[in-house]
Design a protein around this ligand. Structure first.
Ligand SMILES: C[S@@+](CC[C@H](N)C(=O)[O-])C[C@H]1O[C@@H](n2cnc3c(N)ncnc32)[C@H](O)[C@@H]1O
Length: 217
């Protein structure tokens, strides 16, 4: 594949736009659903929780979250206008019932008050964070005192085999992610790495290792 094509794939994954962005988001939703579900299950969602997700993509998984408990509120934050629109469209019933709320932000400053959320989650976004320590301190600020924050990412050992990750991506091993967290006020309460089978673009099944860090204040 040409350098330009690889670069285009990387930019779509970082910031989906246009017709291709919709296709890419559908593909991501399918390929990453196991990582996403695993991450939400680690939040230990309880009835009445208010949940924030950073970088939800098309948010095709939001119905799954509402199956976890009663009286939940879900807030989604995106940097991609296209994903914000797609998420609102796919989840229009939850939006009109005021159970799901979607907003755009700049990727740095979280537009919510201190301690607004019981649970915060982000899946496959850490690679694109512009200022990781600053964003983590923002997440810390908006998480409630007894809150839980889960970060899920595919391991560097797997990701570096994908030729497009040389552009736009900052790759993380478990150790590198743990080192980053140690620079913040978060406590790491669990680190779990799993391997799953995923389909490549050419249809073959490969092993993907991914990690969830479970963090508390
Ligand atoms: C690779 S996709 C992952 C989507 C979905 N979470 C998944 O795992 O399938 C990355 C998404 O995160 C968004 N994004 C990138 N940087 C972000 C940031 N700093 N905060 C929130 N979202 C971000 C992108 O717009 C894109 O929709």
């Amino acid at each position: 594949m040409e350098k330009e094509e690889l670069q285009a794939i990387a930019s779509q994954l970082k910031h989906p736009t246009g017709e291709k962005g919709i296709e890419m988001a559908n593909m991501m939703h399918e390929t990453n659903i196991n990582m996403t579900r695993h991450s939400f299950l680690n939040l230990n969602i309880k009835g009445g929780n208010t949940i924030l997700e950073l970088g939800h993509g098309n948010a095709g998984h939001v119905a799954f979250i509402f199956e976890q408990a009663e009286n939940l509120k879900y807030y989604g934050l995106e940097m991609s206008e296209l994903m914000f629109q797609e998420a609102r469209q796919i989840n229009r019933n939850f939006v009109s019932q005021k159970q799901a709320f979607f907003s755009l932000y700049d990727g740095n400053k979280i537009p919510f008050e201190d301690e607004s959320f019981d649970k915060i989650v982000t899946v496959n976004t850490i690679y694109f964070w512009q200022e990781p320590e600053k964003l983590l301190s923002e997440i810390y600020r908006v998480l409630s005192q007894n809150g839980v924050f889960c970060i899920t990412f595919a391991e560097e050992s797997f990701m570096k085999q994908l030729p497009f990750t040389q552009f736009e991506f900052e790759l993380y091993s478990t150790e590198k992610a743990q080192q980053l967290i140690k620079k913040t006020s978060f406590k790491i309460v669990d680190t779990e790495t799993q391997t799953e089978k995923v389909k490549t673009k050419t249809g073959e099944l490969v092993d993907r290792a991914f990690t969830t860090l479970v963090l508390e204040k």
